[in-house]
Design a protein around this ligand. Structure first.
Ligand code: GUN
Ligand code: FE
Length: 423
C-alpha cells in the first residue's frame, strides 16, 4: 500500500454550483485513489509522505473531451473559414501528411510534449485514419504518464483521395488491425472508435463499426450538429434521420448500454436531439473556442445543464485555437454571456463554478471516477504556482483560481499527478 498526501490550497468540484475550497489542507492518496481532503493529517497517516506545496493551489487535473492530435501543427492558424471549407483546405491536407511516419514522429512528439506540460491529465483524442501513425501517437502518449483515449479515424467518403479509406471493408479491416496491434500494449492509453462524422462515413461503414462496437464494447467519439451547412448535408445523406443524432443512433452508435459515447459540439442540437442524448447518456464535449473560431455558433449549454445532460469541455485542437482547457473554461463563460445577451435572455450565463465543474468532474465522468477529490476518485491533481501573477490585493482562493482560468496561462503549472503518479 502506498500512501502520500499533497498539502496546499485545495479547490475542487462536488457539484455544479459550488467550488469546494480547503485552505492549508491535505489531499490524501492511497494506491492512486483519493481518500478525501482533510484540514489535518488523519490518524494512521503519520508515516505517509507529505509533499508540501505551501501557498500553491491544488486542483483536479483538467479533462479535454475532444481534440485532434494531427491538427496540432496548425494550432492558432487558418481560422478565417467555416467548418466544411476549413476541413477541405486546412484539415484534410495536413492530416494526409500523417501517412508519412517521419512526419508523424515530428508532429506527435510536439503534441505529446505539450499535452504533458499543460494542466490536462485526461483527454479523448482523434488521430488520423493512418494505423501506423495512430500507434506511434499512442506510444508517445503512454510515455507522458497521462491517461487518454485515442481513436484511429474512420472515413470512407466525401474527402480527397489522399485522405479517404478505399471502402467500408478496408476501413473496418484497418480498425481491426489497429486494435490487434495495440492489444495489451498500453497501461494508460485506451482505444476509442472514431467515425469522423456522418458526412465522412457511408452507411455500410457505420454498420460495420457498430458490429465492432458491440463485439468489443469500446467507447465511441464523433462530431454532432456543429455547423448549419454540415447539418443540411447530413439531412441529404440520411433523409430518413429525424435529427443528426438519429443518424448515429440508427446504427447503434449513440450511447446506450455498453456504448459510452462523446459527441463534440452540439451547437444546434434541438429538443429532440437533446432528449435522445439524455436517454442514451451521451456525453457532450462543449468546445466554445472552436465554435467561435469557425463561426459555428453558441451551444445552448445552460439548457443542457438544466436538463441534466452530461457535459464536459473540449479544446477541439485545432478548430479551437488553444490547447488550454483553462482557456476553454473562460470561453464557455464568455460565450454563454453573449448567448444570454443576444439570443435568449432567459438562459443565464455560466458561472466559474459551472465551467470548473465541466472541466473536471463533468468531463472526468467519461473516464469513471475522475475529476474530483471526493473519496474513491482516481487522484489526478495539478499544482499551480501563481506567485508570478503579482497584485497588491489580498486574494481569496476562489479569486486566485478565477484569475488563473481567465489568464489561461499554462506556465503556472508546478506539478501534476495522474491516478496518483507524478508525471
Ligand atoms: N467535423 C468533422 N471533422 C472535424 C474536425 O476535424 N474538426 C471539427 N471541429 N469538426 C469536424
Ligand atoms: Fe473536432
Amino acid at each position: 500500500m502506498t500512501r502520500f498526501a499533497l498539502k496546499g490550497q485545495i479547490c475542487y468540484s462536488e457539484r455544479l454550483d459550488k467550488i469546494t475550497v480547503m485552505e492549508n489542507s491535505y489531499l490524501l492518496c492511497e494506491d492512486g485513489i483519493c481518500c478525501g481532503v482533510e484540514e489535518n493529517l488523519p490518524e494512521g497517516w503519520e508515516n505517509a509522505e507529505v509533499k508540501d506545496y505551501g501557498n500553491r493551489l491544488i486542483i483536479p487535473g483538467l479533462v479535454d473531451l475532444h481534440m485532434h492530435a494531427p491538427q496540432y501543427g496548425f494550432c492558432g492558424m487558418g481560422m478565417d473559414m467555416e467548418l466544411l471549407e476549413w476541413l477541405d483546405h486546412q484539415v484534410f491536407p495536413e492530416e494526409a501528411r500523417y501517412k508519412d511516419l517521419d512526419y508523424a514522429e515530428k508532429g506527435y512528439s510536439i503534441f505529446a510534449e505539450n499535452l504533458k506540460k499543460g494542466a490536462t491529465t485526461r483527454a479523448c483524442i482523434f488521430s488520423s485514419l493512418h494505423v501506423p501513425a495512430t500507434e506511434l501517437l499512442m506510444e508517445k502518449l503512454e510515455a507522458t504518464g497521462l491517461k487518454v483515449m485515442v481513436g484511429k479515424v474512420n472515413m470512407d467518403r466525401n474527402s480527397p483521395d489522399i485522405l479517404r479509406e478505399e471502402s467500408p471493408e478496408a476501413s473496418e479491416a484497418a480498425t481491426r488491425q489497429w486494435l490487434a496491434d495495440i492489444a495489451g500494449r498500453f497501461k494508460r492509453v485506451q482505444p476509442v472508435l472514431t467515425p469522423r462524422f456522418i458526412p465522412s462515413c457511408t452507411d455500410e461503414l457505420m454498420e460495420r463499426l457498430s458490429r465492432l462496437q458491440k463485439e468489443t464494447g469500446l467507447p465511441v467519439q464523433s462530431h454532432l450538429s456543429e455547423n448549419l451547412g454540415e447539418i443540411a448535408w447530413v439531412k441529404e445523406l440520411c433523409p430518413w434521420s429525424e435529427c443528426y443524432g438519429d443518424a448515429y443512433d440508427h446504427f447503434g452508435m449513440f450511447g446506450g448500454e455498453g456504448c459510452s459515447t462523446i459527441m463534440a459540439h452540439c451547437v444546434y442540437s434541438g429538443e429532440q436531439e437533446q432528449e435522445l442524448m439524455k436517454e442514451r447518456g451521451v456525453w457532450i464535449a462543449h468546445c466554445p473556442t472552436s465554435n467561435a473560431d469557425l463561426s459555428s455558433g453558441i451551444a445552448p449549454v445552460r439548457t443542457f445543464l438544466d436538463k441534466g445532460l452530461k457535459v464536459g469541455l473540449g479544446t477541439d485542437v485545432s478548430g479551437g485555437s488553444s490547447d488550454s482547457v483553462f482557456r476553454v473554461m473562460a470561453s464557455a463563460i464568455q460565450m454563454s454571456k453573449m448567448y444570454w445577451r443576444l439570443a435568449d435572455e432567459t438562459k443565464k450565463p455560466l458561472t466559474l463554478e459551472e465551467a470548473f465543474y465541466m472541466a473536471t468532474k463533468g468531463g472526468g465522468s467519461f473516464f469513471g471516477k475522475v475529476g474530483s477529490f471526493e473519496p474513491g476518485y482516481e487522484l489526478d491533481a495539478v499544482v499551480l504556482d501563481d506567485s508570478a501573477l503579482k497584485t497588491p490585493m489580498q486574494l481569496t482562493l476562489r479569486q486566485r483560481l478565477e484569475r488563473i482560468v481567465y489568464l489561461s496561462d499554462d506556465r503556472q503549472i508546478f506539478a501534476k499527478f495522474v491516478a496518483g503518479e507524478a508525471v
